[in-house]
Design a protein around this ligand. Sequence first.
Ligand code: UDP
Length: 343
Amino acid sequence: MSHTVLVTGGAGYIGSHVAVELIEAGYEVVVADNMSNCDMTCFEGVKKVTGRSDIPFYKIDCCDAESVARIFKEYRIDALIHFAAFKAVGESVAEPLKYFRNNLDSFMTVLGAAAGNGGCNVLFSSSATVYGEADSLPVTENSPRKPATSPYGATKQMCEDILEHTVKAGIGIKGTALRYFNPVGAHPSALLGELPRGVPNNLIPYVTQTAIGKRECLSIFGDDYPTPDGTCLRDYIDVTDLAKAHVAAVGRMIGGKMKRDYEIFNIGTGTPVSVLEIVRTFEQANGVKLNYRMAPRRPGDVTAIWADPSLANRELGWKAERRLSDTLESAWAWERHLAGKDD
Ligand code: UDP
């Protein structure tokens, strides 16, 4: 009998890719999303890619305990993957209470519903942001968490703690936190991908929107960092690879293979890539020229961060596989699809 996974925030960027990979791995998926930061594009993409028009979808807010409880009554949920959260760093600095209220409440509400139903395996989407400016690189799961520099980052740390303490309470919850590095790219079908609202904050959507002519020029934030080419280093993880890590982690939880009831894994490639390397690889992979200029550093950016993913490689049997050039091709194909120019 196949297992059922509830994916909150399953119509969003990462959630929709995870839904695809879960279904392709044989899971039944239930999606819950309040659609506050996306439209149905990606969810429709999930249905097309998987050929499944019958995926249960609940337009609910995960802070609404009654609505969440109803899903747990209707389905035997074997695992819950929680993505439903606000994610704009800058906005979180301007509106901290909105972020704390929503991101903490929605997670505690779904955890409460899971516990109320006799327990569940819970996967929380955490972030490398919990490491801040790391003392040594690459970061392992044992690298210290640093004080958060934004309310968004603080909610990631707090939700990790909430999950850990809930697991410790022995009320039937087992937990995994996946710390993502920089998720990028789109599904190879170009039917789902990142859909930023307004001017993108993240690098890759800014790159693709500049290439297609929606933005005039990419600003590279800082070329005087102590790195080989002066621009920041990050660990860019393909969103499909990232989604597969979730399938592996869910399988480990459901299959009773966890070594501890609460586990943390870094999900990255282990390879640092500079902003300039992203620009050059994007240009080469897609045969386009990108209009860019050097600009001042962006406040809050760390110089460099990349993962030591060896724990996930070993324990989850998962490894990042896609080449950066393929990932950047997929990002470009998605942008062209959105613009109606796909070949
Ligand atoms: N970046 C940039 N120009 C942009 C957006 C981002 O130079 O328009 C740089 C940013 O300074 C960082 C890297 O690209 O070094 C990745 O930024 P992003 O916001 O995508 O992710 P972050 O690592 O900040 O979470």
